[in-house]
Design a protein around this ligand. Structure first.
Ligand code: GRF
Length: 207
């Protein structure tokens, strides 16, 4: 059974897709050990509570130094005994020591087709504003392993989504969530939990 920690910062719709996937049996061999949020009022914590999943507030702001926060986060993850860390709408920077300790055991969902519209400053609605400004006809979402960079780790899955003529950033964001994010993140978790993929020389291979 793969134990996972889901790290969140906001509404938690990607967390909800994981909760629902486990309940529906489309994500197998997986248990959410805890949801960790760097925002005390994140609705994602309410979603965890409703699902009977432990919710933990942890923010670098509560610690005197980055090192103290890193130590506390590593201790919390060790205590949870997780095999996978899932960044689901998580806006917190993951300390390099955590990336190193959990190499190829941290995944993220990004609301564009990496390498487009990603990197520093590209998160949430901003990603869709830039896609509309550029006039792309197709966008989508990417699930990838997390490394020391921003949105630079090995790509696991991507799913394309059509941009419609009257799209606003909000409408496009919702479509990308519904038609891409909420599909590829659960699929990646199920594949990892059932040992269907591995990283060889920085590239994801499927068994
Ligand atoms: C989503 O657009 C996701 O791609 C990004 O954060 C946004 C909010 O996600 N990472 P959620 O509703 O909190 O899961």
């Amino acid at each position: 059974m793969l134990r996972i920690a889901v790290l969140v910062s906001g509404g938690g719709t990607n967390l909800q897709a994981i909760i629902d996937g486990i309940a529906a049996g489309t994500i197998t061999n997986t248990q959410i050990a805890a949801v960790i949020s760097n925002k005390k009022d994140a609705f994602a914590l309410e979603r965890a509570r409703r699902a009977g999943i432990p919710g933990i507030y942890m923010s670098p702001r509560e610690y005197d130094t980055k090192e103290a926060f890193t130590k506390a986060l590593l201790a919390q993850l060790e205590e949870l005994d997780v095999g996978l860390i899932v960044l689901a709408g998580c806006l917190m920077l993951i300390p390099p020591e955590v990336v190193e300790r959990y190499r190829y055991q941290i995944i993220n969902i990004h609301p564009s087709l990496i390498p487009s519209f990603c990197g520093k400053g590209f998160y949430g609605l901003k990603v869709h504003e830039e896609a509309l400004k550029r006039g792309v006809k197709v966008t989508g979402a990417t699930c990838h392993f997390v490394d020391e960079g921003t949105d630079t780790g090995p790509i696991i899955y991507q799913k394309a989504v059509e941009v419609e003529p009257d799209d606003t950033p909000e409408i496009l964001q919702r479509r990308v969530m519904e038609q891409a994010e909420w599909i590829i993140m659960p699929k990646a978790i199920d594949d990892i939990a059932n040992h269907r993929l591995q990283v060889i020389e920085g590239t994801v291979h499927y068994k």
